[in-house]
Design a protein around this ligand. Structure first.
Ligand SMILES: Nc1ncnc2c1ncn2[C@@H]1O[C@H](COP(=O)(O)OP(=O)(O)OP(=O)(O)O)[C@@H](O)[C@H]1O
Length: 274
């Protein structure tokens, strides 16, 4: 793995996520292979790589829902999966987790009641529901049934659920898939607002490389390994590439060149192919 070191613009802080030798085996296959990286607090970190490279598995490990995780994985200063982390982390999977027969507000009311139960928390629940709906720009649709919303709107309801408890860490698995360019831009603006105004740490996965340019920091993944981490500018400068996509391809070629096994010498005693 190539580590480009700390971004000089970022002060030394305890990482929000620290991984060392992080390995995950699924169905007998090593899906994450000895990963080592830090995610800085209060920043938007993009987890980028092609489909199947292990992004969702890594996110599941971070939020504590993945089995067969070995090595070190600390999240907000505690081992991943520690029950005390649950209210501090918001996680949005690729499939929106909303009830179609409830309105947007009813969906959020339900999850808020799980998060902050009891009569005494009523005002807090109402305020956090209203704020979460505003955050994802669904105020106009608050009373619409979730089942009648578009795919993009439904995924924003899921995001609103994750925002309810004002989590310190937001883990978002491909949140912009299927969204039109305007919504994608608005969501990225929201991510930056959350980081800047609330100090939230965001880890956002995508397989669309142009989204990389919107992140403070990047973790570039391929085939269960981290190819590089660093700020987009640093990655571009280090590889001499004009875009993060070109930098990624450069790093893929570089990694292939260093790991390619020596070619066996051709001999004349080989049996001819039939
Ligand atoms: N239960 C399983 N058993 C064996 N292999 C699995 C299992 N689940 C996932 N995998 C494999 O693990 C690898 C990583 O999957 P993962 O879902 O983490 O990738 P991803 O980068 O999130 O992909 P996508 O963007 O398509 O969701 C894939 O190659 C997948 O085939």
């Amino acid at each position: 793995m190539m580590n480009y070191g700390r971004d000089p613009a970022v002060p030394a802080q305890n990482p929000a996520i620290h991984a060392h030798d992080l390995t995950v085996v699924r169905g007998g296959r090593t899906v994450l292979d000895a990963l080592r990286f830090d995610v800085l607090p209060g920043r938007v970190t993009g987890l980028l790589g092609p489909s199947g490279c292990g992004k969702s598995t890594l996110m599941r490990a971070i939020v504590g829902t993945q089995a067969k995780v070995t090595g070190t994985l600390d999240v907000l200063g505690r081992p991943a999966g520690d029950p005390r982390l649950r209210p501090r982390i918001g996680y949005v999977t690729q499939d929106p987790s909303v009830y179609d027969d409830l309105t947007v507000r009813q969906n959020l009311d339900y999850f808020a009641a799980v998060l902050h139960p009891g009569r005494a928390a009523r005002t807090r629940r109402r305020d956090s529901v209203t704020r979460a709906i505003e955050d994802v720009d669904l105020t106009r649709h608050a009373d619409a049934l979730a089942g009648k919303l578009s795919g993009g709107q439904r995924s924003r309801v899921s995001l609103a659920v994750a925002l309810l408890g004002a989590p310190e860490l937001l883990v978002l698995d491909e949140p912009t898939v299927g969204l039109d360019p305007v919504l994608r831009r608005d969501l990225w603006n929201l991510f930056h607002t959350l980081a800047a105004d609330r100090g939230t740490t965001l880890l956002v996965s995508s397989h669309v490389m142009d989204e990389a340019e919107r992140c403070h920091r990047l973790l570039l993944m391929r085939e269960g390994r981290i190819l590089a981490d660093g700020a987009p500018d640093t990655l571009r400068e280090r590889t001499g590439a004009a875009t993060v996509e070109a930098a990624f391809l450069h790093l893929v070629d570089e990694a292939a060149a260093t790991t390619r096994p020596p070619q066996p010498a051709r001999t004349t005693t080989e049996e001819p192919a039939r």
